[in-house]
Every structure is written in C-alpha cells, then in structure tokens.
Design a binder for this molecule. Structure first.
Ligand code: HEM
Length: 132
C-alpha cells in the first residue's frame, strides 16, 4: 500500500483516533511516558497527528506549525535504545489494533512506525568488543 492508499483507508478521522488512543497509553507508560512534557499531552498528540497527516495525506498543517520534521534531531534529547523503541512500537501496535480496522493499512502503518522508531535509536548497545 502506498501513502495515498493508506490515507484513503484510514482518513483524517482514523489518524486522529489512532494518536488519541496512543497517547492515552503513553501517559500511563513508566518507561517512556516520563520523557514527554507532562503539561503538554495535548500538544504532543497534535504534533504526532499533524505529522502523520502530513506524511500520508500531504496535509500542510505540520509544516506550517513545526517546519521540516527533522525527526532524528528532535529525538536526540531523549535516550532511545532498543527497549524504548520497542515500547513505542508496542503502544502504537495496541492503539492501531483498536482503531485501524483495515488490515492492510494497519500492517503498512506498523511497518512504517517500526522503521522510523529504529531509525530514531540514539544509544549504542550490544557487547563491548574488549569486554569492558
Ligand atoms: C522510538 C521511540 C520514540 C520515543 C521514545 C519518542 C519520544 C518522543 C518525545 C519525548 C517527544 C517530545 C514530545 C513532543 O513534542 O511530542 C517526541 C516528539 C515527536 N515524535 Fe517521537 N518518539 C519515538 C518514536 C517516534 C516515531 C516512531 C515517530 C513517527 C513515526 C515519532 C514522531 C514524533 C513527532 C512527529 C514528534 C514531534 C516533533 C516536533 O514537531 O517537535 N516519534 N517523541
């Protein structure tokens, strides 16, 4: 499915429900919930929603409000390793299971989210080659 097809299946309404469901979960998350500004959950929800409408529906609102996404740079202040990446994708997967009924669109979206979440990792992990 390409962007246009995904947008056609999900719609602005679906993306709005998806991000609302996702942030209801994120607010209660002990691992990555605390990274988000506690007094601006509505703002965070709006930024992700606008970004998705931009990415899949060529909607201009995100660009007008935030400029170029620069997602990697904007995530640098937060420690994102494997555990944080996996938790983000897990919460989004649970939200998508409830909000996106079109299976193909849901799968395509989750593939996108997994890829971006991995790209946003900024912590070196794994075995130390000299055993330190
Ligand atoms: C990998 C784990 C991730 C963590 C821990 C994380 C965490 C955060 C945090 C703490 C913020 C700042 C609060 C805010 O402005 O909303 C943020 C912003 C944002 N995140 Fe993530 N995020 C992750 C993955 C993703 C993914 C996969 C996407 C998109 C596919 C994404 C899209 C965004 C967007 C659009 C913003 C707002 C950027 C702006 O305009 O300032 N994030 N994220």
């Amino acid at each position: 499915m390409n962007e246009e097809e995904i947008y056609g299946a999900v719609g602005e309404e679906g993306f709005t429900r998806l991000t609302a469901n996702f942030y209801r979960r994120m607010r209660r998350d002990f691992l990555i919930g605390p990274m988000y500004p506690a007094d601006d959950w509505e703002g965070s929800e709006e930024r992700l929603r606008d970004f998705l409408l931009f990415r899949f529906g060529a909607d201009e609102r995100y660009l007008e409000k935030r400029g170029h996404p620069r997602l990697r740079g904007r995530h640098m202040p937060f420690k994102i390793g494997v555990a944080e990446r996996d938790r983000w994708v897990e919460l989004m997967g649970a939200a998508a299971a409830e909000e996106i009924s079109d299976e193909d669109a849901r799968e395509a979206l989750m593939a996108f989210f997994s890829q971006v979440a991995d790209f946003l990792r900024n912590q070196q992990e794994g075995e130390c080659p000299i055993g330190g």
